[in-house]
Design a protein around this ligand. Structure first.
Ligand SMILES: C[S@@+](CC[C@H](N)C(=O)[O-])C[C@H]1O[C@@H](n2cnc3c(N)ncnc32)[C@H](O)[C@@H]1O
Length: 208
């Protein structure tokens, strides 16, 4: 039996986790409506919490997945957490090159396991917009040292679920020794340093 398009998505989130509670917590706290997700692959979960999403990926399987627009729309219609209509677009492109996305527009930019999105896609996030990044490829580290972003929070798991915390943020991005972070090495290796305290998700706000 051939797999349906949405089976591919369900299998994918079964393996990686959906992150639904992460996107929902951020969208609720900062009242976000639109987002851009460079390096999304087929991870369309943000559309369940944000009514307008722009996905970007150069992978052939992602391009094929997003061709099945009707399946994706039916899934979003059934599972979205908001009452308004949704709007999503996909661009099968390299996010290090100029994209068709709106500049200075999106409320949220998502950078998960895909490279230096804080750098290459900065222009698409609006001033005051939120960047959600992890440090698997060192993008949270890059954003931390980028003067155009302010480090505003982390997401932590508690018995109440996922919570956004802005407390004691000076504990993060500190090496185990007193060594300074070598940003050239982070860029070359595309890997975040091994910090004394680390979390899965970091939040930044675009200042300019
Ligand atoms: C490990 S997957 C992560 C997918 C998704 N962010 C997630 O967390 O489930 C990395 C994705 O980034 C995409 N990617 C990496 N570099 C890219 C680039 N320069 N332009 C477009 N897509 C890119 C890959 O094609 C791949 O689909």
């Amino acid at each position: 039996m051939t797999k349906s398009n949405m089976d591919l998505y369900l299998e994918y989130i079964n393996k990686r986790g959906s992150c639904l509670s992460v996107f929902r917590a951020i969208a609720d706290k900062y009242e976000l409506k639109s987002g851009i997700y460079p390096g999304s692959y087929i991870h369309i979960t943000p559309s369940l919490c944000l009514s307008e999403m722009y996905y970007v990926d150069s992978d052939k399987k992602a391009i094929a997945f997003f061709k099945h627009q009707n399946d994706i729309e039916a899934y979003l219609d059934k599972n979205k957490c908001y009452t308004t209509a949704f709007d999503f677009q996909f661009e099968g492109a390299d996010f290090t090159k100029p994209l068709g996305a709106k500049r200075g527009y999106y409320d949220l930019m998502i950078s998960l396991y895909s490279g230096f999105i804080s750098l290459h896609c900065k222009d698409y996030l609006r001033k005051g917009g939120v960047l959600l990044a992890n440090d698997s490829h060192g993008d949270a580290t890059l954003a931390f040292y980028d003067p155009d972003y302010a480090f505003i929070g982390v997401l932590v798991e508690s018995e109440k679920g996922i919570e956004i915390s802005g407390d004691t943020l000076d504990r993060y991005f500190k090496m185990k020794s007193e060594k300074k972070v070598d940003l050239d090495k982070v860029k070359k290796q595309m890997k975040g340093p091994n910090y004394r305290n680390q979390v899965e998700y970091y939040l930044f706000q675009k200042k300019v």
